[in-house]
Design a protein around this ligand. Structure first.
Ligand SMILES: Nc1ncnc2c1ncn2[C@@H]1O[C@H](COP(=O)(O)OP(=O)(O)OP(=O)(O)O)[C@@H](O)[C@H]1O
Length: 665
């Protein structure tokens, strides 16, 4: 017997995995021994390898024929799949082999009672309920089972309650029960390409006994159905499916759910336990496509060829790969995410209501006050430094005065005057000045130090000034540097007293020059700052003026536009009026002209008619005997009449032409 195991998810990972294949070789049964059959399949000791004739095949597991005992099949092959079921992965166990190879025995599909609980399915049930019991405090679990049979590509529900009721009904006088005809289940395709069996019973189960009762009920239906069809159970495939749905329970009062790999989603997974038809009968199940063309296996040497084919088939099945995924309910997952979001928002709301934000505000306020205090300290320090600077300046001036006096005295002494003469008039003053001379050296040192400070201050002022003056940098910096270096050079070169005095003077002069230079720079800086300020103010006031002018201009333009617009409207109105007047005038003129022309045409016709009549009358009235002179006078009278008529006609024609604007008649 061979058992193929399709592990759609043997582990929690989501990498591709090959189908695992285990071969189970049952011992020779009595009938085979009676027939004198011998084992044709041997197992390589310690290896999952099977040998048949000159062929050898390696599988994931091999049981029986003195290799690994059959009892380990569940533990090694199926228990990991049961674990995977609880992790949300689908799994399938297929038993494949020829009739009598032990598929039903191994799967336990012929379960009737606890007496035959050694098969895979009873052990799966046992394990599932043990796990369920262990998880009941943390997880809500819902278990459902279905049991179907596939025969000639038709699906029958082995848990159909009508079928089961008729099986239980007693027939008359011990006759066999009248079994209701089996109605095949509709196979439908779902929107996402899956397959669903419409109306198949999915019984909810709460205990191992309940699940076992459904297994026994389906096994009974299958056996009876086979009898009624005059067939063997080995012609059909039987699939027992366990569906497991689970959801974590919130166990803590603080609403914090225990989370693990499954998170908070609803996870559902199925374990399919399949007892296939005898492989040699596969054609008769209607499934005669390529996938089942390999015919049988038996441990008996009489079926060696079929066994070899099946072993080859099983070996190829090892190459099939699966990528397992956890089956999460997408709607439930979305709901859970929204629930989490809601909880988070509620927590935030509580935090803010509970004064979390106020605390933060307090901390910020405290920080601000600390910063303000430190700012005040710094200001105070700055003021103190300013004052020190001022007093230093004053000291510098005082020292300068004293230095000048001393220089004068030294000069007097050089010119030949004695100290007494210099200070004769005032001994006390002399004594004072001697003290002063003594302290002079000390003061000079102090002053030099102050001068250095003043120089550094001057440098910083220079930089500020240079920044302001821009191009003037090139002019001022060299001279200042020159002066400074000059001063330093000269300061170093003191050797004798005369020279010292000379240097003293130079030093004083230099100080004066530097002082003046500094004052000049300060002045210019001040002027520059003031002029910059003035410029800015001027520019600002100019901008304001410009802005005012622009506003005025804008107003004027707006007025102008308004005026032009109203003019335009008036003009449009006038044009409209003019065109209307012209239209009415044109219409009136047309009518008038028409009537006048009609009247004139009538007049002309009348005149023509009258002249014709006159002519005829004169000719008729004129007797043949009439003298030529009388005749001539009559003719001339007639001609006059005609001329008058013609004149009238011409006048009327010219009037008509005038009216129509035509030059000639
Ligand atoms: N491991 C085993 N140890 C002892 N006997 C076994 C073993 N496996 C199977 N048998 C026996 O072999 C016989 C055939 O087994 P089973 O009915 O399970 O075969 P099958 O492959 O399901 O056959 P079919 O395809 O016709 O349903 C049975 O009598 C069973 O008791």
């Amino acid at each position: 017997m061979e058992s193929c195991e399709d592990a759609r998810a043997a582990s929690a990972g989501q990498q591709k995995e090959c189908v695992k294949v285990a071969v189970n070789i049952r011992p020779l049964i009595t009938s085979e021994l009676l027939m004198g059959c011998a084992d044709c399949v041997t197992v390589v000791p310690g290896e999952p390898q099977v040998q048949i004739g000159s062929h050898s095949f390696t599988y994931d597991h091999v049981y029986g024929s003195s290799g690994t005992p059959h009892s380990l099949i569940f533990q090694e092959c199926v228990a990991p799949l049961t674990d995977a079921l609880f992790n949300g992965y689908n799994a399938t166990v297929l038993a494949y082999g020829q009739t009598g190879s032990g598929k039903t025995y191994t799967m336990g599909t012929n379960y009737a009672s606890e007496a035959n609980c050694g098969g895979i399915i009873p052990q799966v049930m046992e394990t599932i309920f043990k796990k369920t019991e262990a998880m009941k405090d943390t997880t809500e679990i819902l278990l459902r089972v279905s049991f179907i049979e596939i025969f000639k590509e038709e699906v029958f529900d082995l848990l159909d309650p009508h079928l089961h009721a008729s099986l239980r009904a007693e027939g008359p006088a011990g006759a066999k029960p009248a079994v209701a005809p089996r109605v095949p289940i509709q196979i439908r395709e779902t929107a996402n390409g899956g397959i669903t069996l419409s109306g198949v019973v999915e019984a909810e189960v709460r205990s191992k006994e309940e699940m076992a009762s459904y297994l026994a009920r389906g096994s009974l239906s299958r056996a009876t159905g086979s009898t009624n069809m005059n067939s063997q159970s080995s012609r059909s495939h039987a699939i027992f499916t366990i569906c497991l749905e689970q959801k974590k329970i919130n166990t803590c009062s603080s609403n914090v759910a225990i989370s693990d790999e499954l998170g908070d989603d609803i996870i559902s997974a199925k374990l399919h336990l399949v007892d296939l038809a005898g492989s040699e009968r596969a054609k008769r199940t209607g499934a005669d496509g390529l996938r089942l063309k390999e015919a049988c296996i038996s441990p008996a040497d009489s079926n060696a060829e079929e066994t070899l084919n099946t072993l080859k088939y099983a070996n190829r099945a090892r190459n099939i790969q699966n990528k397992a995924v956890i089956n999460r309910d997408p709607v439930a997952a979305q709901l859970q995410r929204m629930r989490n979001q809601l909880e988070q928002l509620q927590a935030e709301l509580l935090y803010y209501r509970g004064g979390g934000a106020l605390d933060e505000l307090q901390i910020l306020r405290h920080k601000i006050s600390l910063l303000e205090a430190s700012n005040a300290d710094l200001r105070q320090e700055l003021d103190e430094q300013r004052m020190t600077c001022e007093s230093l300046k004053q000291h510098t001036l005082d020292a300068q005065v004293e230095k000048d006096k001393l220089i004068l005295k030294i000069e007097s002494a050089r010119s030949g005057k004695s100290w007494e003469e210099i200070d004769g008039a005032n001994n006390s003053q002399y004594a004072q000045e001697v003290d002063l001379v003594k302290s002079y050296a000390v003061k000079i040192q102090e002053l030099e130090a102050q001068l250095l400070k003043a120089q550094s201050l001057s440098k910083s002022n220079q930089n500020r000034l240079v920044d302001c003056l821009g191009l003037e940098k090139d002019i001022f910096l060299p001279s200042l540097h020159e002066l400074a270096s000059d001063y330093e050079d000269k300061n170093l070169d003191v050797s004798s007293e005369a020279e010292e005095d000379e240097k003293e003077r130079e030093h004083c002069n230099l100080q004066d020059r530097l002082g003046k230079e500094l004052q000049e720079l300060d002045k210019r800086l001040e002027q520059k700052e003031v002029s910059e300020l003035k410029k800015k103010q001027e520019a600002q006031s100019q901008l304001l003026r410009q802005n005012k002018n622009l506003m005025r201009l804008r107003k004027r333009l707006q007025d102008e536009i308004q005026r032009i617009k109203s003019q335009k409207v008036q003009l449009q109105h006038k044009i409209k009026q003019e065109s209307e007047q012209f239209r009415s005038w044109k219409a009136t003129r047309g009518k008038r002209r028409f009537f006048r022309r009609a009247a004139m045409a009538k007049e002309v016709a009348k005149l023509k008619e009258e002249s014709e009549l006159c002519k005829r009358k004169m000719l008729s009235d004129c007797p043949q005997t009439m003298s030529p002179s009388a005749r001539n006078s009559r003719i001339s009278a007639l001609e006059n009449m005609l001329a008058t008529s013609s004149t009238t006609l011409v006048t009327m024609a010219s009037q008509l032409s005038e009216a129509e604007g035509v030059a000639s008649f």
